[in-house]
Design a protein around this ligand. Structure first.
Ligand SMILES: [Zn+2]
Ligand SMILES: [Zn+2]
Length: 189
């Protein structure tokens, strides 16, 4: 098998470990070094142009959201509300929190993974407005616990769990995370 020496890591590798350049040529860097170069370049670029990076992220997030609406419809399935700022993805069979926890990686990227899942399996989800989402959630839990649907049920510890994991990622424990601000008459103003 033909080998070639990477100009960066200097190791001799089979030519399948090099990306092509043009029709017959090969790049001077092996695939691994080339990828490393690109991610280094990306990192520098993101540091140099944080506002451009933010814009890119927002644009691709909006595109993804639009695809979700194309897959699931553009209004609340329960009441017909259409303002997309308050439309959310609901799991008709419950389990949304469990799924969010499964997709979440230490507080990161869960939303993106969920959107991609939704686009791939549109039948498993539906669009609800924020109000209907909270109400159906409360009704579901009330039915399960055989209690008053006016009480909003929250499973204890979801937020705390996440903060703990986020704390672990940042290298500190949950005790050092800022406590929620106490709402007083003054800081509401
Ligand atoms: Zn190399
Ligand atoms: Zn609704």
């Amino acid at each position: 098998m033909k080998h070639r020496i990477c100009s960066k890591c200097k190791s001799s590798l089979p030519i399948s470990k090099f990306y092509r350049r043009g029709r017959n040529g090969l790049q001077g860097l092996c695939k691994l070094c080339s990828k490393a170069n690109w991610s280094e370049y990306g990192e520098k670029w993101r540091k140099l142009y944080p506002e451009k990076k933010r814009l890119l992220v927002r644009n691709s997030w909006n595109k993804l959201r639009l695809k979700v609406f194309e897959a699931l419809g553009h209004k609340c399935k329960r009441c017909g509300f259409t303002d997309k700022r308050a439309l959310q993805v609901d799991h008709p069979n419950g389990g949304g929190n469990a799924e969010a926890r499964r997709l979440d990686r230490a507080g990161n990227g869960g939303g993106w993974r969920l959107m991609k899942l939704v686009i791939a399996n549109p039948l498993k989800y539906r669009i609800l407005c924020a109000n209907c989402n909270v109400i159906t959630h409360a009704e579901r839990l009330a039915a399960r616990h055989n209690s008053n649907p006016c009480v909003i049920w929250r499973r204890p510890g979801i937020g705390a769990d996440r903060n703990k994991r986020r704390g672990a990622r940042l290298g500190n424990n949950s005790a050092s995370l800022p406590k929620g601000r106490k709402v007083t008459h003054q800081n509401l103003k």
